[in-house]
Design a protein around this ligand. Sequence first.
Ligand code: ASP
Length: 429
Amino acid sequence: MSDSVPQKKGLAFHWKILIALALAVITGWLLPHQIGSVHPSEIFAFVGDLFLRALKMLVTPLIVCAVISALGKMEGGEDFARLGLKTIGFYAITTLMAVVIGLFLVNVIQPGNVSEETSRTMIEMASQHAETKKTAMEERGLGDIVDILRRMIPENIVAAGADNREMLALIFFSLLFGFFITRLPEDRRIRYSLWWEDGYEVMIRITQWVIRFTPYGVFALVTATVAKTGIATFVPLAKFFFTVLLALVLHTFVALFLLMRSFGISPLKHLRAHIPALLTAFSTASSAATLPLTLECSQVNAGISKRVSGFTLPLGATINMNGTALYECVVVIFASQIYGQHLSLASQVMAVLLALMTSVGVAGIPSASMVAIIIILGAVGLPAEAFFLVVAVDRVLDMCRTAVNIYGDAVCAAIIARMEGEAVPKIAA
Ligand code: ASP
């Protein structure tokens, strides 16, 4: 946040976060497992949790104020419908691009094409792991997709606001609220819109204050994760790990970069503007917790209007998950390869469509896609416990895919700003 957070002269904010990240990997690696009865990583986890809680604390009021004040800046129903359609259209297109890249690579690299003995050992380990996590797998099915739509309309808006997994419901209500403010008589509409805009300004100031602590929060969170996860677990899953990583990289640096170029946006300037948000997404593995930084980076560093970013980014943090959809698809095809169960073209298309649909309902919190993956596994005839084939590397890949999720939102916000005629000189090509 080189421009937004007031700095003393010195290192730019994103460098501070990067250094914190590097130091955290080293510290987590060197950290002893036990000192007396204390597990030192718990101290880091505690500090990281304080930071995470401070970010999560902002999510509900920030979404409500951002969405309502963005709608207040729109000129009636037509403006709202146009922006809404563009946003949802772009989110669907970029998610489809991501899934297709993942599907292509997992079919070409075939990370699950291992010897019979290795696949038998992996399947045994997965089912042992699944035994301990039975509740997470119970009664998951296609009905859960219908439930995503049902839960979009909250029975109780206060309850939805109290649960960070119900962001879609909160956005739905905020959209309605903002829209009907525009239906008030002119003088009251202006007065009431200004009230919400002031609320948003206050939220932004609180956010900027919390964001100052990002390097410390990132250091603590990543140290705890590295100390807990270790490095050795990657080895048997290395090929799978790199397939996902390569797909995420191609989606980000080829597909999304080309898309931005075609709209006259400099991908590098845009990426640079969003580095603090991307590093926070990586460290927290939570799109919801990163939303305050995403809004800040898009508005202050990239110069995108509050009208566009306040509308697209909260929606994106909830329904647009490029990285998650890609991951869901790769995991399912990988599992089919390990189980030696060839998926027909029709089943692969079904996996793609379900990855698209379920990624909309995945909450922006760590490991939330597990449920979606279990749904897709069931739909293509694989056992739910197949998810546990990849559980050892899930956390690190969660960090990577969350960064891509956030990046996908930021790209759409920039493109829609351009389509809406915004000059956005800070990121112009
Ligand atoms: N952690 C991801 C996010 O917050 C969701 C997931 O893929 O589990 O965006």
